[in-house]
Design a protein around this ligand. Sequence first.
Ligand SMILES: [Zn+2]
Length: 296
Amino acid sequence: MIQNKNIPAIVKEVSLTDIKSNIRHLTDYSTRFTFSDKAILAREWIYDQFSKLGYSDVTYQDFILCDSLQKNIVCTKQGKGESDKILILCAHYDSIVKSTVGWDWQTCPAPGANDNASGVAAMIETARILKNIDMNYTIRFIAFTGEEQNLWGSRAYADHALSNNMNIVLVINLDEIGYPDVKPEWKVIIGEDQGNQDPPGNTDTKKFVEVIKQAASAYTNLTIKLLDLWRSDHMPFNSAGFTAIGVCQAGKYPHTHEVTDTYDNIDIDYVVEVTRMTAATIIKVAGITQKKYDPV
Ligand SMILES: [Zn+2]
């Protein structure tokens, strides 16, 4: 794997302040429940963040879920070399809490700070630091909705990718990345298809897991812990035969799908580390084409 002497300086650009304010903003909607009016505001805000960073190719992917129009946000950073090859970085923006008697999804809070404002903030921050770096492959940043209802946003996109014969090299899905295990031995869980459900994809998975491992040890304080894929937005891609990897915190978060999944209960330093690992992996896989960023 090509090493690039610029990676430390690039990943250092990941800003704790930006990630903090993005998570705060997303949780300030109070809910991002898939069918809520607030989720519409959240998706418009995510769309605007990509536009404000200077990306011109930002679109919505529409799909219908239970008679309602839903939208994924898709931001494409066109590759400058092998641009037909696509690396996807994704995270779901919808949130949920376990419904109890009297729970009203339009008005009751489902802050989803960890699940999954953390992943969305890390994705936006990665898009920010890579904005002005020309890369070999095309990078596509996608914010999904309907994850909590059964992965509907990612299913819609994986179907679209399959029927359009997209050359997706790798999907990295961030879902709940804000709660570490005990310091200083921070770990991060990397999900790979260990069940040989798709053997050719599995071979590629091992190769990319190795890249993530190197990125984590060279540029962060994280070590990786491998698990089989769990139920999240990487699944529809894996089922469609694409190579998909999940990224998740190693700590056991006690507030998942609770009204207590708030900003104060997550660790932003840890989100920063996971974002750095993710960005370094993308650089290693997708490559940089600008002369000043030539590898060592
Ligand atoms: Zn989630």
